[in-house]
Structure formats: structure tokens, C-alpha cells
Write a protein that binds this ligand. Structure first.
Ligand code: UDX
Ligand code: ADP
Length: 478
């Protein structure tokens, strides 16, 4: 069998970009991305705005759409005609029942597997792309086998995705590695070869790594756990730096110069967010508990606990610096996405910080270049559980200058490039005095801001206010 047609179930942050790049690089393969959501598919078919913001993605979609890339809600036909089916649906953390708050909710994966079982005929390769608990492939196989039509057969592969939001297109074009896990039977290995062939249209074969299914599933959780662990490690040291004279950027640089450690993912911040790190570690913790490995579970739980500590430490620093009360104070929040170059807010530290300040009675003026205003309102409503607070005390702005005008403090929650080059002299002039900046991403020039008159606080560095250098703030309390 040579793969000619691919169906991808789930047109989200993973399925959409992955299939777009695949279509670009495999003009000989027809790829149909399907989703239950009519709105989402309509947006993928629009020329104005895709349902997700990813630099470079629109150009690729416009080049391939209608040629060998299609977005559709006709899930049944796409499954029927495909040789290979990606399952790329969401696997959120369970919010109720067994494993609540920790285990991955596999209801969408199961839903997709049942749709395949009901509609597929002939030989199909089914590929789990969603991040799933170890041995989820087995569950998918059980569903498929239990509903097997006489003329159908399946091979299940694990092919986890490692793209990061904001750099998805580049990550997909130049992947460090592609992991493919399959059964060790002859049919399993043949399916692995088929999927490898698809990737080898643009990824060197040396970077296509094959292994058994369970190793592949666990590797995805492990990679995210390691990355998040590095951030929690540097964030833990940022607290030590703030309590001493050390500077966490200098410590990170020194540590990262060791080639055994390397410089990446050592950027101290207000905390990590995103749909993967927390969810995958909680999932790993749950698996360890189920396997009766409490020490391993407790070890990884610490990575999450440190992240919670970092977010709350930062939010509390804002309140304590503003004379221990933010009630009725106006505070600008710059950035609501969980990182720059995405409109995604899942688990964004900005949600935590904003909710904390709202609970203390603050009035928030929020601006993010890419997050839709309704998304900010939805996130805060579900986090505060009180739509009245959000209606009364939150204003969403369409630029940073209007968001910061007449505020007592400005908080940088996302490292958007445009925040670095704002006219801070103008912002300072328009703010209440004393004017405070809390740089949760360590992207601003703190000396320059202090010279303008701002009181500056950041992560991992004790800020000393140089009274002699500060101009325009002679009457302010130092
Ligand atoms: C992550 C993994 O990187 C990716 O391989 C996997 O497929 C999905 O999960 P993503 O969550 O999209 O990707 O973004 P990432 O760049 O990993 O950032 C996650 C969070 O960590 C963000 O909130 C980011 O701001 C934060 N971060 C990252 C830091 O605080 N410091 C760092 O040094 C790096
Ligand atoms: P991820 O970040 O993992 O890509 P998203 O939430 O962005 O997650 O996207 C997952 C997509 O999968 C959603 O658009 C959702 O509507 C879709 N989906 C979930 N279950 C099914 C299903 N059974 N059939 C088709 N699409 C599905």
C-alpha cells in the first residue's frame, strides 16, 4: 500500500498546522482535516482569519487548500476514503470522576475511534497524534477490534507531535525528530514504514525514530515533563535570587553554558502555561500513582507545585508592592496569551494573576495583540466564577497605550515583542504616580525604566531604586 489519502480527525492547534505542512511537503497525498465544529472548519476555509494564529500558517494554507488540502465536516467520507487516519483531538484533564484534575480525559479519542470503527472499510493505519496516557493505543485497538467489520483491518501507530505554539510551522518544517511507535509484528512494522515514508518527503530519514508504541507514548510525556522541569528549576532559583543579590539571568547563562545542560528553557518567568505541560505532567503523576509508584508521582508533582508557587509569588508581589492593597486601583495587564506569537490562553499565567488581582478588588485594563476579547472574558468568568466582577472590573483594550493610561501599575504577563519597543516615556507620563511596572517576562530594560521614574519589579532580581538617577519622580516615595 502507498498512502494516497490521509484523514485527520481534529482541526485544532495540532491537527491544523501539522496537516498544512504535510500537504505542503507531500503534493502527491490528498489530506482532509475534519472536525465536529462547523465554525472551526468554516474558519479554516476562510481567507480572513484562521481559527488559530500561527506565524506563516495562512500562507501555507492558501497555497495548499483546494489542491491537496481540504477542511471539512464530512467526517464519514473522509474516514472511508483515507488510507491513514490521524486522531488529533483534544485530551483535556478530567474535571470529574476517577482521576479528576489529573488523568487525561479520553472521551474525544474514544469518540474518534468509534467513528472510525463504524465507518472504515479495508486496511487502515490509525495514528494517535493527540498526547495520550501510556497504553492508550491499546484502548483504541480494543474499540476498533470490538467493532471490526469483516472486511476491515487496522494498524495503530503512536506519532506524538512536538510542535510548540507560536513556532509551529518552523518546528514542523525542521523537526528535531519524528517519533513513530508501532507493534513489532510484520504488519506493524510495515505501517511504521508507510508513515515514515510520508515524513521522509521533507524530514531526513535519520531523524525519523521508530520504537515500540508504549515507548513512543511515554516519550511524549517525558519530553514535556523534562522541559517543564527546567522552567520550574530556574523559577525556584529566581526566588533565591530575589532574596539575595543574585540575578537569575546571570545564573541561567552560567548554567546553560555547560554543554551538558544547554541554554534553552532556562528563561525564568511568571510561570509556564499552555495546553500541554501541566496536563501532561498531571497525567504522568496519575499514571505513576496507578502503577503504585508514589515516589515517582511525588517527584513530578513538584514541577507543577513550583509553577503554582511562582504564579502566586508574582501576584502577591504586585499586591505587596502597591502598599498591600489594590482595591479600586487600576492595573494594566499587557499580554494574556500563554506565550508570544499565539492567541492561545490555555493555562496562561495571566489568568491566574488577573484572577488574584480581581479577588483583591483591582480594576483591570487588559491588552493582548492576538487574544480575542471574548476569550479573555470567558477565561476570567470561568476562573472567578463571578461574571459580575468581570463585567464591573475588567476593560479590554485594543492597544497598550489606552490600556495603561491612568493606571497605577502595569504588568507584563506575555513576552510579546511589541511590549519591548513601546514608548515608555509616554506611558509613564500618562500613568498615576508612583507608577509601577511588574515585568513577569524579563523583557524590558529595567535601568532605562527606573531612570524614567518607574518603580520596577521583575522575576529573579532584587531591584534597587537609584534615587539620584531617577528623574521626573522627585516627590514619590522610594
Ligand atoms: C510545549 C512543548 O515545547 C512542545 O514540544 C509540545 O509539543 C507542546 O508543549 P508549547 O506549550 O506550545 O509547547 O510552548 P513552549 O514554548 O514549550 O512554552 C510553554 C510555556 O513555558 C509558556 O508559557 C512559555 O512562556 C514558558 N516558558 C518556556 C518559560 O517560562 N521559560 C522558558 O524558558 C521556556
Ligand atoms: P489540540 O491542541 O490537541 O490540537 P484543540 O482543542 O485545539 O486540541 O483541537 C481539537 C479539535 O478536535 C477540536 O476542534 C474538536 O472540535 C475536535 N474534535 C474532538 N472530538 C472530535 C471528533 N470525534 N471528531 C472530529 N473532531 C473532533
Amino acid at each position: 500500500m502507498v498512502i494516497q489519502k490521509i484523514c485527520c480527525i481534529g482541526a485544532g492547534y495540532v491537527g491544523g498546522p501539522t496537516c498544512s505542512v504535510m500537504a505542503l511537503k507531500c503534493p502527491d497525498i490528498e489530506i482532509t482535516v475534519v472536525d465536529l465544529s462547523k465554525d472551526r472548519i468554516a474558519q479554516w476555509n476562510s481567507n480572513e482569519k484562521l481559527p488559530i494564529f500561527e506565524p506563516g500558517l495562512m500562507e501555507i494554507v492558501q497555497q495548499c487548500r483546494g489542491r491537496n488540502l481540504f477542511f471539512s465536516t464530512d467526517i464519514v467520507s473522509a474516514i472511508r476514503k483515507a488510507d491513514l487516519i490521524f486522531i488529533s483531538v483534544n485530551t483535556p484533564t478530567k474535571t470529574f470522576g476517577m482521576g479528576k484534575g489529573r488523568a487525561a480525559d479520553l472521551k474525544y479519542v474514544e469518540g474518534a475511534a468509534r467513528m472510525i470503527a463504524e465507518n472504515a472499510e479495508g486496511n487502515k493505519i490509525v495514528v494517535e497524534k493527540s498526547t495520550v496516557p501510556v497504553r492508550a493505543a491499546e484502548s483504541i485497538m480494543n474499540i476498533l477490534k470490538a467493532n471490526n467489520k469483516p472486511n476491515s483491518s487496522y494498524q495503530i501507530l503512536s506519532n506524538p507531535e512536538f510542535l510548540a505554539e507560536g513556532t509551529a510551522v518552523q518546528d514542523l518544517l525542521h523537526a528535531d525528530r519524528v517519533l513513530i511507535g508501532g507493534e513489532e509484528t510484520a504488519e506493524g512494522q510495515e505501517a511504521v514504514r508507510q508513515l515514515s515514508w510520508v515524513y521522509e518527503h521533507w524530514i531526513p530519514s535519520s531523524k525519523v525514530v521508530t520504537m515500540n508504541t508504549w515507548s513512543s507514548e511515554l516519550s511524549k510525556l517525558a519530553a514535556n515533563a523534562f522541559l517543564a522541569q527546567r522552567i520550574s528549576s530556574i523559577n525556584s532559583l529566581s526566588a533565591v535570587c530575589e532574596a539575595t543579590g543574585a540575578d537569575v539571568s546571570e545564573v541561567a547563562r552560567a548554567v546553560g553554558l555547560d554543554t551538558r545542560i544547554g541554554p534553552k528553557f532556562l528563561q525564568a518567568s511568571v510561570g509556564f502555561g499552555g495546553s500541554c505541560f501541566q496536563k501532561d505532567i498531571l497525567n504522568l503523576v496519575y499514571i505513576c500513582e496507578c502503577l503504585n509508584l508514589p515516589h515517582v508521582a511525588a517527584y513530578w508533582q513538584q514541577v507543577i507545585d513550583m509553577n503554582e508557587y511562582q504564579k502566586s509569588r508574582f501576584a502577591e508581589k504586585v499586591v505587596s508592592s502597591l502598599f498591600n492593597t489594590v482595591t479600586d486601583k487600576r492595573i494594566a495587564v499587557l499580554g494574556f496569551a500563554f506565550k508570544k506569537n499565539t492567541g492561545d490562553t490555555r493555562e496562561s499565567p495571566a489568568i491566574y494573576v488577573s484572577t488574584h488581582l480581581l479577588a483583591e478588588g483591582a480594576h483591570l485594563h487588559i491588552y493582548d495583540p492576538k487574544v480575542e476579547p471574548h476569550q479573555i472574558v470567558d477565561d476570567l468568568n470561568s476562573s472567578t466564577m463571578d461574571p459580575d466582577i468581570v463585567n464591573r472590573n475588567v476593560v479590554i483594550h485594543s492597544d497598550a497605550y489606552s490600556a495603561t493610561k491612568n493606571t497605577h501599575a502595569l504588568i507584563v504577563c506575555t513576552e510579546w515583542d511589541e511590549f519591548v519597543t513601546l514608548d515608555y516615556e509616554k506611558i509613564y507620563a500618562d500613568m498615576m504616580k508612583p507608577a509601577y511596572i511588574f515585568d513577569g517576562r524579563k523583557i524590558l530594560d529595567h535601568d532605562f525604566l527606573q531612570n524614567l521614574g518607574f518603580h520596577v519589579q521583575t522575576i529573579g532580581k532584587k531591584m534597587h531604586r537609584d534615587v539620584a538617577r531617577a528623574w521626573g519622580c522627585q516627590n514619590h516615595q522610594m
